[in-house]
Design a protein around this ligand. Structure first.
Ligand code: AQP
Length: 334
């Protein structure tokens, strides 16, 4: 029996991924490459929506690939590629845009949040059409599951709606994908504002734990994390969002159950607990940081991996695109 297929992507918008990206998404990617036919891409076209500096985008794309490998992706067990290397992503995105209502695209909370921040005059159309490009990313590969963090749930729903709409209009074409979203740990929160998700676009970086940051800086950030009233180390997202977030992080990286951690820290204070969280986080990240830097030193090796990944991805993507073009009535070039 053939394996189910998974597809997911990550933006190369920063010099480093953050703990939310890893625990919400990439950690699952690593596990799924063992059981699924896995396609993972660095979505550089999506990153253009935030108008990055060209040199930084170039470097961040390579750093993203190196980080993904250091975090556990194995190019021999998954297809790892860069989105812009496979032109079918843009080509299918246009078809998806023509299928999407203006109203339904306007309801995407990511667009609403970002457009509220910068205003309608300044928000790029690319932020508006972002979910349709994401739908194309997923549907091109006929993915059964999409491992993402909780913040992407609405985009997956839109992708499903578009796939169903296309299938019912033009005949069976796309697999209807499902979100693969963790129940616990799907959302990691900002250390300084534990009611907002950890995000690289937060106003301040003090609540962000970056994978490639030095242990000293990350320790300092964890030790200054906002905590809650009271003294108890207890998981209670409503009353103790700060401590609950640290418990989630500790549990996900150490493999210990939250209940066991609560027991371990019974009678101890927030200071002790934060020290222990900092230790778990920095010990976990140290070898990943080291390997990323080593991989970045051998650029031709990374480029070889990406070339092979794009070739593998293109075979699947081009087949789907040809089927779509044919179904909507576009004449093949011949
Ligand atoms: N805080 C988070 N908790 C859990 N999962 C998260 N993801 C992002 N933040 C969290 C997941 O990471 C994957 C990659 O997402 P992305 O490429 O959209 O990353 P991003 O947008 O660069 O991350 P940010 O920091 O969230 O960026 P902004 O601020 O631009 O929105 C996805 O699967 C996502 O769910």
């Amino acid at each position: 029996m053939s394996k189910d297929r998974v597809l997911s992507g990550i933006q190369p918008t920063n010099g480093s991924f953050h703990l939310g990206n890893y625990l919400g998404a990439v950690k699952q990617w690593v596990e799924l490459q063992n059981t699924h036919d896995a396609f993972y891409c660095v979505v550089d076209l999506h990153a253009l929506t935030s108008s990055p500096d060209p040199k930084e985008l170039h470097q961040n794309t390579l750093t993203s690939v190196a980080q993904l490998i250091a975090l556990g992706l194995d190019p021999d067990r998954c297809t790892l590629f860069v989105q812009s290397h496979v032109p079918a992503h843009n080509q299918l995105a246009w078809v998806m845009e023509c299928l999407t209502g203006f109203g339904e695209a306007s309801r995407m909370t990511q667009f609403k949040d970002k457009s509220q921040k910068v205003g309608n005059e300044r928000i790029g159309v690319g932020v508006f059409t972002y979910p349709m490009l994401m739908a194309a990313d997923i549907l091109l590969y006929q993915a059964n599951q999409v491992p993402v963090g909780e913040d992407q749930r609405q985009h997956i729903e839109l992708t499903r709606d578009l796939a169903q709409r296309f299938n019912s209009t033009y005949g069976q074409t796309f697999t209807i994908p499902e979100g693969y979203i963790l129940k616990a740990g799907a959302k990691i929160y900002d250390l300084q504002d534990p009611t907002s998700k950890m995000s690289k676009s937060a106003d301040s970086l003090s609540g962000l734990i970056e994978i490639l940051e030095t242990p000293e800086v990350n320790t300092k950030k964890i030790k200054s994390a906002v905590t809650d009233t009271g003294r108890e180390i207890k998981f209670d997202e409503k009353e103790k969002p700060g401590i609950s977030n640290l418990l989630t992080i500790y549990s996900a990286l150490s493999g210990s159950k939250v209940a066991d951690i609560e027991k371990e820290f019974e009678g101890k204070g927030y200071g002790d607990f934060k020290g222990a969280v900092a230790e778990v986080v920095t010990n976990y990240l140290a070898p990943i940081r080291k390997q990323t830097l080593e991989l970045l030193d051998d650029r031709s090796h990374l480029e070889k991996i990406l070339k092979a990944g794009a070739q593998k991805a293109e075979v699947v993507a081009d087949k789907t695109l040809a089927d779509v073009y044919n179904k909507v009535g576009l004449i093949p070039r011949g």
